[in-house]
Design a binder for this molecule. Sequence first.
Ligand code: FAD
Ligand code: NAG
Ligand code: NAG
Ligand code: NAG
Ligand code: NAG
Ligand code: NAG
Ligand code: NAG
Ligand code: NAG
Ligand code: NAG
Length: 559
Amino acid sequence: MLLPWVFVFIGPVFVSALKYCTALDACWPSTQVWTALNTSVDGKLIAARPPAAPCHTMDPLFNEETCASVNASWPSMFFRADQPGASQDTYWENGNSSCYIDFQLDTPCEQGLVPTMVLDAHSLSDVQKGVNFAREHKLRLRIKASGHDFVGRSSGEGSFLIWTRHVQNLALAPDFVAVSAPIGTKPVRAITTGPGDGWASVYDLANRSDVVVVGGTGQTVSSAGGYVMGGGHSLLSRHYGLAVDNVLQFTLVDAFGKKVIANAHQNTDLFWSLRGGGGGTFGVVTEVVHKTHPAFHNILGVTLTVSASNSTELAGVLKAYLDLQPSLDDAQWWLTTAVAQTSFILQAALFTPPAGANLTQIAHDAFQSVLLAAGNLATAPVFVVQQFPNFLAVHDAFFPSNTPSGSAAVLASRLIPRHIFENTTATTLLAQAATEPFEVVFNLLAGGAVSKVSPNATSVNPGWRKALHHVIFASGWTSSTPLPIRDELRQLLTEQTSLFEPFSEGLGAYLNEADRNDPDWPQSFWGDNYKRLLEMKHKFDPLGVFECPKCVGSEVFGF
Ligand SMILES: Cc1cc2nc3c(=O)[nH]c(=O)nc-3n(C[C@H](O)[C@H](O)[C@H](O)COP(=O)(O)OP(=O)(O)OC[C@H]3O[C@@H](n4cnc5c(N)ncnc54)[C@H](O)[C@@H]3O)c2cc1C
Ligand SMILES: *[C@@H]1O[C@H](CO)[C@@H](O)[C@H](O)[C@H]1NC(C)=O
Ligand SMILES: *[C@@H]1O[C@H](CO)[C@@H](O)[C@H](O)[C@H]1NC(C)=O
Ligand SMILES: *[C@@H]1O[C@H](CO)[C@@H](O)[C@H](O)[C@H]1NC(C)=O
Ligand SMILES: *[C@@H]1O[C@H](CO)[C@@H](O)[C@H](O)[C@H]1NC(C)=O
Ligand SMILES: *[C@@H]1O[C@H](CO)[C@@H](O)[C@H](O)[C@H]1NC(C)=O
Ligand SMILES: *[C@@H]1O[C@H](CO)[C@@H](O)[C@H](O)[C@H]1NC(C)=O
Ligand SMILES: *[C@@H]1O[C@H](CO)[C@@H](O)[C@H](O)[C@H]1NC(C)=O
Ligand SMILES: *[C@@H]1O[C@H](CO)[C@@H](O)[C@H](O)[C@H]1NC(C)=O
């Protein structure tokens, strides 16, 4: 057979002239070949279409009843996680083509970035068949758990998708001992999950078992996919570290279709790579074992809403808030603060308030200087203090399951260390930069336990170990926004993000298109861990079976 992949060995890295086979190419498998695969997986192969297809009058799937039902479910993150062809962010369905739910319904529904063929895997053996098929046919392969990825790594034009939504492995492991651990190793309390188990179900089990687990805020974000492999952070990170710091073991299917178990005792290089090197890069994970921790039972929650008449005025209050970060850090607060030009909403939690203390008093004392600064505004600030009996209660109050999904956005993020907040010149500049046009979310979620782990113990950006805040920048558009205006919005977001550059320790969890001007994005995203990650990519996936945009090795393998 002719090898369409030609590798030329130059120095320490491979340079490839490879082309992945897509549905637009003649090399795409024939119907008979797909049918044979379908038979081997008991009919779990789906010819996926964009979710809005039933609403497009010219589409073969057009159906008023189905359309009404899709339309009603459109913003539900659970609905989207359950569609083979959907992403949480519609930009990663459409790309620059269109199949909208609310615009141009009489034009053809274009396939866009929605994968052409989807294997709805239910087990490790289904995944093995999918990986072997993709490798043998040199397909453009994508892997998806929940479709939350912000860089489009879980969709792709003309791709073959291994969908892991139905690979579920949720169970308590109260006496977990890693495979190959030395005899006599003390068991640890843990929870096993599969990529199909979103945080909502994991938190529910943890709550029922009176333990906590380090996980994300998105209810449908996968507990064993891109979140955990990409350095996911949590409300509990300041107490227990990043998600990668809590993983005890991965089970996965590697690029050769083999089942592999990686932990601190066997396949340690792979274990290191999977803890920060990103999803979709080293294999298809079918199970993750997460360490659990004792639950919290007296949690202080605070919500503060501040509205100013203009951005200059808001910047004044915001500066008072930013100057407060070192003391909030010392007291172990977790915070998220969404700034939208003339207003901000702050949500905060203190998981371990002093026993018997007056919580209202503690909250007022902690935020006194911000309340004072906001006291001069025409609109009085709204300060709400709550007490929560467990993690799930605070999580559901702050991140409700009906948070809308299903629109188009671009994001970026930066890691900011503590010393910046101790510098009053810097906080003035940050407060001004944050009140520019786009939404900026300050998240005090690192520091604490995150900073106690060695920068190269896992493969996440070493910047995480120095950071205090993870700052997120977001912009978006509607279906009718013309493409050139979208480019302008991307450009403006990049400019606003660049105002934070002098204060930053590198890119955070949300690497995105907005950083497309960064010529050295692997270095910005993984720092000094990138060199070893690239070596590991060559070691574990020399053929580039798992290629994805802005993933380790994508500058080498390309697509
Ligand atoms: C509403 C919302 C809330 C969020 N909250 C947080 C948060 O609190 N903390 C945080 O750190 N991040 C958060 N994120 C970001 C989230 O961590 C990333 O979007 C992450 O990539 C999602 O992973 P996923 O597997 O669920 O998504 P997917 O889009 O399904 O996959 C993401 C990446 O992982 C790969 N992948 C998926 N499944 C597998 C598998 N089984 N094996 C191997 N690779 C796989 C995909 O190929 C892709 O590269 C949030 C995102 C959203 C949209
Ligand atoms: C796979 O087989 C099932 C069951 O026979 C069928 O319903 C499905 O349409 C097939 N998938 C494809 C892509 O042909
Ligand atoms: C979807 O629902 C909205 C709100 O009810 C309605 O305005 C719109 O026309 C519906 N769209 C379709 C395609 O049915
Ligand atoms: C859409 O087009 C813009 C340029 O206008 C480009 O930067 C971007 O990468 C394109 N998006 C996709 C998903 O191809
Ligand atoms: C969490 O667990 C507590 C104690 O068992 C229970 O009372 C509560 O209802 C649970 N919360 C949810 C949202 O299920
Ligand atoms: C902002 O609003 C305040 C209060 O209304 C006003 O005094 C100030 O002049 C305004 N600043 C700008 C730049 O508009
Ligand atoms: C707690 O502190 C608040 C604010 O200072 C005060 O109003 C309240 O009376 C205190 N409650 C108790 C029970 O002491
Ligand atoms: C404080 O920040 C300003 C602005 O970035 C910078 O010029 C200055 O050197 C910083 N001072 C210290 C002590 O770091
Ligand atoms: C991490 O860095 C230390 C100090 O630079 C070095 O000794 C160690 O070998 C590194 N560990 C790994 C796993 O690379």
